[in-house]
Design a protein around this ligand. Structure first.
Ligand SMILES: [Zn+2]
Length: 419
């Protein structure tokens, strides 16, 4: 399944790689060998944010040699060379660097903010690029390479849609059961999933997405029942569509965020909204607001949301955020896990996270009789056994005394834990 979208670009042994399939994070040398970038976060990797790490390729590639990629969709010029530059900050180049202590030492202070650092991005003014080539050999190789090519703009990483790959609609809807749907936003690197559950009397929308397009239109096409919204947690990427649902529920611990005390500035959120996203043409980021409002009901651990012949249990699962909740439909063994459980990087590293609480939460959900896990992001091809693996990973980190902020970043194959 070809999903789209940006032409992306990397250099390995003087050869140009091109992203060929967003959904699979597949890279290849044009016309030749394919490399699979096996990363925790296919969407992010495809957009150049993924770590390039040893052992994650079908063919092993030394990470220091294939270590960054540039977006191809904007241009800048420096000393006659054409660069790809960040569209948000003119004159700065985004580098996607290996996530190693040495790199962060080298680029200290160049990360825009913690969020971007977590995605391995640094930004460097064009005027300073040359200085960095002295100390980071791959950058020098790359500079030499593009110098020899003279012009990067002619490189092969054209946006895929220019090759006739059709754009998908903003929301992708898949039916999971006769009365259950997942509504996904694959055109944004977050790859957020929202779940619509319909009972005999009403419907429940678990998470409302990024708020870039109107999810209400999609929801009303699937149900004519009254819809209550509930977020697994009130990070911006899960409450974007809340404004369309006057009746929404939330956990008490996240009320302050709903009242405007979320730690990110509107500018920071807008940058995350825009970042490497295939935006619809009629979207205007200057109008984007992080949702604020008063919930119709405060949920507690153990509460039941009754949809009429269909009951959803509330599990307060703090860790990723103070009021994070998982929703469990016991009759079917469906567990909606938000950002507590998914394939990708699990974050318990922000100040508002709590690694010890995260462990306690995964202990709880791993003990449930779960048939299917429905995550908040990324791959839907996820089995319930991941609950036990994530629990065991957290247990072992606790046993090693690492379960505290700054404990490190730990790779378990299809998921990572950053604490
Ligand atoms: Zn999220």
């Amino acid at each position: 399944m070809i999903m789209r979208l940006f032409g992306l670009y990397a250099i390995y042994q003087d050869q140009e790689f091109e992203l060929v399939e967003h959904s699979e994070s597949r890279w290849k040398i044009p016309g030749d060998t394919e490399y699979w970038l096996l990363t925790d976060n296919p969407g992010a990797a495809a957009l150049g944010f993924g770590e390039v790490r040893p052992g994650r390729y079908k063919k092993r590639v030394p990470p220091e040699e294939l270590s960054f990629a540039f977006r191809k969709d904007t241009h800048a010029t420096y000393k006659g060379l054409e660069f790809k530059a960040d569209p948000m900050k003119d004159g700065q180049v985004e580098l996607f660097v290996p996530n190693t202590p040495e790199m962060w030492e080298l680029f200290r202070g160049r990360e825009i903010e913690n969020y971007d650092r977590s995605l391995n991005i640094v930004k460097i003014p064009l005027a300073e690029i040359e200085a960095f080539t002295q100390v980071w050999k791959p950058l020098k190789s790359w500079m030499d390479y593009i110098s020899s090519k003279k012009k990067l703009g002619a490189a092969k990483g054209r946006p895929l849609h220019s090759k006739g790959v059709f754009m998908r609609p903003w929301f992708t809807t898949e039916q999971l059961a006769p009365d259950t749907w997942v509504i996904s936003e694959y055109r944004h690197w977050e790859e957020t999933h929202c779940y619509l559950l319909t009972g005999k009397t009403r419907s429940l929308l678990i998470d409302t997405g990024l708020g870039i397009c109107n999810i209400l239109d999609t929801v009303t096409a699937l149900t004519d029942k009254h819809v209550t919204a509930v977020a697994t947690h009130v990070h911006w990427d899960h409450i974007g569509g809340h404004r369309h649902f006057p009746e929404f529920y939330a956990h008490r611990a996240e009320l302050p965020w709903l009242q405007g005390s979320f730690s990110r500035t509107p500018e920071q959120v807008r940058e995350m909204v825009l970042r490497n996203c295939d935006l619809p043409p009629d979207f205007h980021v200057e109008n984007y607001r992080v949702f604020q409002g008063a919930p119709a009901r405060l949920l507690e651990d153990g509460d039941i949301i009754d949809l009429g012949g269909r009951q959803v249990e509330v599990f307060h699962t703090p860790g990723h955020s103070p009021g994070h909740m998982c929703f469990f439909e016991r009759a079917r063994g469906y567990l909606f896990t938000g950002d507590l459980i998914y394939q990708g990087t699990l974050f318990s590293s922000y100040p508002s996270t709590d690694p010890a609480a995260y462990l306690a939460s995964v202990e709880r959900v791993a003990a449930l009789p779960v048939n299917r896990v429905f995550p908040g992001h990324h791959s839907l091809d996820i089995q319930s056994e991941i609950l036990v693996r994530i629990r065991d990973a957290f247990r072992s980190l606790a046993a090693r005394g690492l379960l505290h902020h700054g404990g490190g970043q730990f790779d378990y194959g299809d998921f990572d834990i950053w604490i």
